[in-house]
Write a protein that binds this ligand. Structure first.
Ligand code: F0G
Length: 351
């Protein structure tokens, strides 16, 4: 009986750890790569979904957090801090518990999904709601980590990127080579940076024959990389990617340009359409921000940018249960029936 050991043990020789690094893990990674039948039909391509909502705290952040918390523990830190739109804070809170550390999280007031707030609370994080947006939270977290005894575990910490690059390794290991195109949502731009690093390292070691083109998608109201300038007051229903000044800006542009890819935007309407398609037609329930990758792929296909026959991977970054309001909103209310088979059968259209 063997189970996946977590990304540090599975990819130890490709990560900056030693025999004495304490491994703080919840057995993250090893997530499903699911063939997407409807998306494949629509695009004429072979489309796969990398379902990162299957990680222990429900998002890809766990890959970076096992590294960040393990290294912080190795260095003797007692407390960690992060700014977050919700997923990083949920992950930091959980891994801090495993490490016996205190976690502090800074979130934009009123702009994080309830499920994510619940995670930080139940794992015992010290939570401050900041009267500002994510970018303000990150400025504050950086300042606190520079002036007080607390380690920063945002993706500006390079070991976070190291952990997150393992998702690219898993994809190549599963497919036998890199895909032609990799599509993902972009917020603070750590993940697109990490995937590109992972694909680049594998290609350099001849683990793949090529690297994919990287296609990133931001929400229209929060698309600084598309506009080429900081967005002062970012807005989108996809709160996870409501970010106006991405920390990994230059790395994201490098990933785009070195891969021959592009970074574009999708509207909230397009995001919600993809969100519903994923749930209703692929059986995969994601949070709204995650659907930005699929919305982007569909937009690109409609624009004729997707040549048929290619192998495409879309990362869906977080679990739908984190933000279920969008699943319920606009859906018809379930009807109530008495404990009566005939009545139930009639309501179900079986009779
Ligand atoms: N998707 C989800 C579900 C996220 O939570 C995030 C980022 C992204 C996509 C974008 O990834 O920032 O690496 O470009 N969430 C961060 C957080 C900001 O605080 O949880 P990115």
């Amino acid at each position: 009986t063997h189970q996946w050991r977590g990304i540090i043990e599975e990819y130890r020789d490709r990560l900056p750890v030693t025999d004495t690094t304490p491994v703080v893990t919840l057995r993250e990674g090893g997530t499903p790569l699911v063939p997407a039948q409807v998306l494949s039909e629509r695009t004429g391509c072979e489309v796969h979904l990398k379902v990162e909502g299957a990680n222990p705290t429900g998002s890809f952040k766990d890959r970076g957090m096992t590294m960040a918390i393990s290294k912080a523990k190795e260095e003797g830190a007692r407390a960690v801090i992060c700014a977050s739109t919700g997923n990083t804070s949920a992950s930091a809170a959980a891994y801090a518990v495993r490490a016996g550390m205190v976690s502090a999280v800074l979130v934009p007031q009123g702009k994080i999904a309830l499920g994510k707030m619940g995670q930080a609370l139940v794992h015992g994080a010290k939570i401050l709601q900041v009267d500002g947006n994510f970018d303000d939270c990150l400025t504050l977290a950086r300042s606190l980590s520079e002036n007080y005894p607390v380690a920063l575990v945002n993706s500006v910490n390079p070991v976070r990127i190291e952990g997150q690059k393992t998702a690219a390794f898993e994809i190549v290991d599963m497919l036998g080579d890199a895909p032609d195109i990799h599509v993902l949502p972009v917020g603070n731009a750590g993940n697109i940076t990490a995937y590109w690093k992972g694909y680049t390292e594998y290609a350099a070691d001849a683990m793949s024959t090529h690297r994919p083109r990287m296609w990133g998608f931001q929400a229209s109201g929060s698309a600084p990389l598309v506009r080429g300038e900081v967005v002062k007051d970012p807005s989108t229903i996809a709160t996870a990617i409501r970010i106006g000044n991405p920390a990994s800006w230059d790395y994201a542009i490098a990933a785009r340009d070195e891969s021959g890819g592009f970074i574009d935007e999708v509207t909230d309407r397009e995001i919600l359409r993809a969100y519903r398609l994923l749930a209703a037609q692929e059986g995969v329930f994601v949070e709204p921000a995650s659907a930005a990758s699929v919305a982007g792929l569909l937009k690109a296909a409609e624009q004729g940018k997707v040549d048929p026959g290619q192998r495409i991977v879309c990362t869906v970054t977080g679990n739908g249960l984190k933000d279920p309001d969008w699943a319920v909103a606009g859906a018809p209310q379930p009807v109530t029936v008495p404990v009566d088979a005939a009545a139930a059968a009639e309501r179900l259209g079986l009779a």
